[in-house]
Ligand binder design. Structure first.
Ligand code: B12
Length: 220
């Protein structure tokens, strides 16, 4: 934990939204929005998750910390987005760019997906956001939209393991969409992404653009 994320942790545990916002704004004055998320927000939330697991904080604190961070991350990302983020539109058949979509699989942890989606859109990619989906729903959307690269975020281990079923079902499509996974379970077990049949894993939102570049190069 960095000194900044210690301060944010204390503010979140005290449910002090104003103090949390002030801390993030101070660091934002010196750093890019994604750095603020990676250096402060994510470590503070991970520590809250550890404390919850150890019985050292209440579920209400986890819940409220998540809500406060959602709001603050949204503020940070709206600066990144400005006018560059297109609406959630289908790129259309003429588009040269790969057909991308992102979803959370069977999980209520949405913050990571929002961040990854914003990074992609800020870099000029059109990405369809499917929100929260189960395996059947996700396969149907991918087939319908002829998605070439699917990004999947999961924070719960059971959801991460369900990606195995998803990749098996996607194998039946032609051409087979490639799958990039990300989220906490893949950080805890560095072989998990291969076990579930994904093509790549991203451990932070900052990794998504180089991964996409590599997949596109390999596929061309
Ligand atoms: C906040 C939080 C919640 C909030 C979620 C609010 C929201 N709208 O997202 C609420 C209160 C709703 C919640 C509920 C639950 N949670 Co919870 N939660 C967390 C916590 C503390 C932080 C998650 C978070 O937002 N992190 C910050 C974001 C920015 O990080 P991130 O999601 O990892 O995303 C980054 C990277 O992973 C990456 N990334 C993510 N996805 C993708 C995808 C791609 C393609 C790429 C390239 C990159 C990428 O980029 C992001 C930015 O760098 C975690 C602790 C942890 N270690 O993560 C527990 C945690 C995930 N929760 C857990 C649990 C158990 C639950 C509950 C079952 C019980 C509970 N605590 O209430 C419920 C179940 C909900 C459900 N069915 O889905 C466990 C999961 C354990 C496990 N092994 O499965 C954790 C790990 C806590 C713990 N240590 O026990 N939770």
């Amino acid at each position: 934990m960095s000194p900044g994320s210690d301060g944010l942790l204390a503010a979140l545990l005290a449910l002090d939204r104003l103090q949390a916002r002030t801390l993030l704004r101070d660091v934002r004055a010196r750093s890019a929005p994604l750095d603020v998320i990676e250096r402060l927000v994510r470590p503070a939330l991970e520590e809250i998750g550890r404390r919850w697991e150890a019985g050292d904080c209440a579920l209400s604190q986890v819940y409220m910390s998540g809500r406060i961070c959602e709001e603050l991350v949204e503020e940070l990302l709206s600066e990144t987005r400005q006018d560059s983020e297109p609406a959630d539109a289908d790129p259309g058949p003429q588009a040269q760019a790969p057909r991308l979509a992102i979803a959370v699989l069977e999980d209520h942890h949405l913050l990571g997906k929002q961040i990854v989606r914003t990074v992609l859109r800020a870099a000029g990619h059109q990405v369809m956001d499917y929100g929260r989906q189960d395996v059947d729903g996700l396969v149907a959307r991918v087939r319908e939209d002829r998605i070439e690269i699917l990004l999947v975020s999961t924070l719960m281990l059971p959801a991460a393991l369900r990606v195995r079923l998803l990749t098996e079902r996607l194998c039946a499509l032609s051409p087979r969409p490639r799958v990039i996974v990300g989220g906490a379970p893949y950080r805890f077990d560095d072989g998990l992404w291969r076990e579930v049949g994904a093509d790549a894993v991203g451990l932070s939102a900052g990794e998504v653009l180089p991964i996409l570049g590599r997949l596109l190069e390999a596929g061309s």
